[in-house]
Every structure is written in C-alpha cells, then in structure tokens.
Design a protein around this ligand. Structure first.
Ligand code: ZN
Length: 63
C-alpha cells in the first residue's frame, strides 16, 4: 500500500513560528494536537482533504 502524505507549512498561532507538518492524505478529515517546537504550546491542527487538495487549519487550543 502506498502512503499518501504531503508536507505543509503552518504558522504557530501563539508565537508565529513557521514549520512543516506531514499530513496523511488518506484521511478525509483529521484533527490532532502538536506542540510547537519553539514555544512548546499545543497547536490544534485540522486537515481536510477534498479532491486531492489538502486544506490545513491551525488554531490555539483555547479558541
Ligand atoms: Zn509557537
């Protein structure tokens, strides 16, 4: 089975630092939390896959 992953650039909603995340395109919708490697605060990352296009949304945990 081939893995469908892609790399996306996001900005930390707390400190604004940009970094790359890897999204699994086999999931139509996913949400998970990843700690920012700069400020260590939890970033809620949501990714929606529509027609092969990945849309990534980030927000802070208490929004
Ligand atoms: Zn940060």
């Amino acid at each position: 089975m081939r893995l469908h992953t892609s790399t996306h650039s996001i900005d930390c909603p707390y400190c604004g630092e940009a970094f790359d995340i890897i999204i699994d395109e086999s999931e139509p919708w996913q949400e998970y939390i990843e700690d920012c490697w700069v400020c260590c605060r939890p970033i809620v990352i949501g990714a929606a896959v529509e027609d092969g296009e990945v849309r990534v949304m980030v927000r802070s945990e208490n929004e």
